[in-house]
Design a protein around this ligand. Structure first.
Ligand code: NAP
Length: 289
């Protein structure tokens, strides 16, 4: 029941109507028996500062930040976590006595989504498709997982080169190479990769017939193919990979785990989902896609 004690959490972004965050967070609020509610606000870029002032004025208990505000919001908060400092993007605002602190839970979301697959990454050759915000969080975690070789590619080659440089200097990755999308050398790396991660929007609904990899013949049964997309649950890339016997994973667990991590920051409680509960939440969200 909503009462005067009920804490209000929200997600801000533009557009926001299709966000799964309210369904996800209200499920978690029920599961963890919290006196809280989670809503969505469309905030246009020109109103971002007014929005952050409003968060302070209303005493909102926690905010998720999504596209297009993940970078711009940093200018309006009081403090940032060390990870936000490194990555230059935030997805979680934590209001407190000393003002609003910005955090980013995408890295922990990616890490915790891996569960039993973490060992695959030690000493592995990884190809990461896309060099935007999500790829940056993923490559930060790949450094911690002991990846031996990372190959990056983006339609905009300058972006892949900048991320390659950052990953090598600051994320503890020993060998990082930026390669042109569609090049022969990239095809070679794809065929030899232990893990392929899609951090581009290619294949996302409604353009579900597209794949970020031209030739599915490069995929094989010893690989893990991880697509950060969760709508559709099985992208063309994952269908091609599964048909060739590869292990596959979509972005739903990462979405869930970054959400649980935000809730831990807001409540200060060590909230975690068991494997069975995560499965239940996955099905619940899948029905809402
Ligand atoms: P973003 O900042 O736009 O980055 C995507 C990058 O991929 C862009 O630089 C884009 O270049 C590039 N790209 C597009 N097509 C490509 C191709 N065929 N080959 C190589 N690079 C290509 O987006 P983002 O925020 O990082 O998100 C990327 C994807 O991850 C989205 O599908 C998003 O839904 C998903 N995601 C999932 C989670 C989760 O929790 N599961 C979290 C965050 C993001 P251009 O800009 O030139 O097109």
């Amino acid at each position: 029941m909503i009462e005067s004690s009920t804490r209000v959490y929200a997600v801000i972004g533009d557009p926001i109507e299709h966000s799964l965050s309210p369904a996800l967070q209200n499920w978690l609020i029920r599961r963890f028996d919290l006196d809280a509610v989670y809503v969505a606000f469309r905030v246009i870029p020109d109103r971002l500062k007014a929005c952050v002032d409003g968060i302070r004025a209303l005493g909102l208990a926690g905010i998720n930040v999504t596209v297009p505000h993940k970078q711009a919001v940093i200018a309006h908060v009081d403090r940032v976590s060390p990870e936000v400092e490194r990555l230059g993007a935030a997805n979680t605002l934590v209001p407190g006595a000393e003002g609003i602190e910005a955090h980013v839970t995408d890295p922990v979301g990616f890490l915790e989504s891996l569960s039993g697959e973490r060992e695959r990454f030690r000493g592995a050759a990884v190809v990461l498709l896309g060099a935007g915000g999500a790829a940056q969080s993923v490559s930060y975690v790949l450094g911690r997982l002991g990846v031996a070789q990372l190959t990056l590619t983006d339609l905009e080659s300058g972006r892949a080169e900048r991320l390659a440089d950052l990953a090598q200097r600051s994320f503890g990755l020993p060998r990082v190479t930026a390669m042109e999308a569609g090049s022969d050398s990239l095809s070679e790396r794809l065929a030899r990769a232990d893990v392929i991660i899609n951090a581009t929007p290619v294949g996302m609904s409604p353009h579900t017939e597209r794949s970020p990899i031209g030739e599915s013949g490069l995929l094989h049964s010893k690989q893990l193919v991880y697509d950060l997309i969760y709508n559709p649950a099985t992208t063309r890339l994952l269908a091609d990979a599964a048909a060739r016997g590869a292990a596959v994973k979509n972005g739903l667990d990462m979405l869930i785990e970054q959400g649980v991590a935000s809730l831990r920051l807001w409540t200060g409680k060590p909230l975690r989902l068991g494997a069975r509960e995560r499965g239940q939440l996955r099905s619940y969200l899948q029905e809402r896609l």
